[in-house]
Design a binder for this molecule. Structure first.
Ligand code: AMP
Length: 332
């Protein structure tokens, strides 16, 4: 995840909640199913902004959200791309294994260019998924819990892994890299409050994980609903309503069906519907908010969690690069 500061609900439903679930998944013998590690992609921030003054501050802020949401540093090392040089090294090698035409066809890139009204791309932005492939494969990740927008990037990672394995089989172990699979959730593309596109900080259509009940209610007032439902008693169309898409995630199944029925029947107005939605989101986020306050008051602890994660990650990264150099026969 890129350190863009405090996280929003889309990060939570599309990634963070899924991360914590995979981190805590146990097999029948009580052992963990996955070894998990989570990366702060600070170099990736440079693809859309050269301003680095807030990166470290945003890194710590984002890590606080991760910890508040249940990322457990005892189980999952957390670390920064910029502190483990092997990311840059593997990126360089991978850049030789993919054509620029393939990267230009990336639909996530096209969507970003459209959403951010970008007139031109830097070379590093075109290579975004190549650095991401290095991020994943340095740790031999075989499952990548991400939102829908990242599926094309995981596909590119698979292609790069395949190409590397074909060109450079390791003399002893054979394939150096696994071909990772994306693991997405049901809410892997959460709409923004404007209802136009996905929730995204750069589009200003977010609810933050750090927002309290009052802020959530205030933001919810601006959420776009069914444009044909003008008066309270007009029958609504939940399938086109942004707020209903949030209910699908945050309301109980019983609540959800009565909201749907009452909206269609013109018995539930948008104001009451939004109040209910804001209250459900606030109660889901309440425990996170409390943990966030604790970590905000203990930022030295947060920084030491990061440093410890980086020590652990470095060991894995160095060992993978040793294998890579052996496979490529680059010599001692
Ligand atoms: P990014 O901020 O692009 O580094 O995204 C970090 C993670 O959050 C990725 O796995 C994204 O797929 C996920 N994500 C970001 N925005 C949304 C959204 N609106 N809905 C679902 N997932 C999202």
């Amino acid at each position: 995840m890129r350190p863009t500061g405090q996280l929003h609900l889309g990060h939570y439903t599309g990634a963070l909640e899924n991360w914590v679930e995979q981190q805590n998944l146990l097999a029948s013998d009580g052992s963990r199913i996955y070894e998990t590690c989570f990366l702060i992609a600070d170099y990736h921030n440079l693809t859309t902004s050269l301003d680095t003054t807030e990166i470290y501050h945003h890194t710590i802020d984002m890590l606080i959200d991760w910890l508040a949401a249940g990322v457990d540093p005892e189980k999952s090392p957390v670390f920064r791309q910029s502190q483990i040089k092997e990311h840059a090294e593997l990126f360089l090698l991978f850049a030789m294994l993919i054509t620029s035409a393939r990267l230009e066809r990336n639909p996530t890139l096209k969507e970003q260019v459209r959403d951010l009204n970008m007139e031109s791309l830097v070379y590093g932005h075109l290579g975004y998924p190549v650095l991401q492939a290095a991020d994943i494969l340095l740790y031999k990740g075989n499952v990548v819990p991400v939102g829908e927008d990242q599926i094309p990037h995981v596909e590119i990672t698979r292609e790069i892994a395949r190409k590397f394995n074909n060109h450079y089989p390791h003399p002893v172990t054979g394939d150096v890299f696994p071909e990772p699979e994306p693991k997405i959730t049901k809410f892997s593309r959460l709409l923004g409050l404007d209802g136009k596109t996905k929730m995204s900080k750069s589009l200003g259509n977010t609810i933050l994980l750090a927002d309290g009940p009052d802020e959530i209610m205030q933001k919810m007032r601006s959420a776009v609903t069914d444009r044909e439902k003008i008066r309270k008693n007009d029958p609504g169309h939940p399938e086109v309503c942004t707020v209903f898409s949030y209910h699908a995630k945050f309301a109980s199944p019983q609540q959800l069906s009565s909201i749907e029925e009452d909206c269609r029947a013109g018995l539930l107005g948008c104001v009451d519907c939004k109040k209910l939605c804001a209250a459900n989101i606030s109660s889901e986020l309440a425990p996170l908010l409390e943990k966030r306050r604790y970590y905000e008051a203990h930022t030295d602890l947060v920084k030491s969690i990061l440093h410890e994660g980086e020590i652990k990650a470095k060991v894995i990264a160095e060992s993978t690069m040793k294998e890579v150099r052996t496979a490529m026969r680059l010599g001692e």
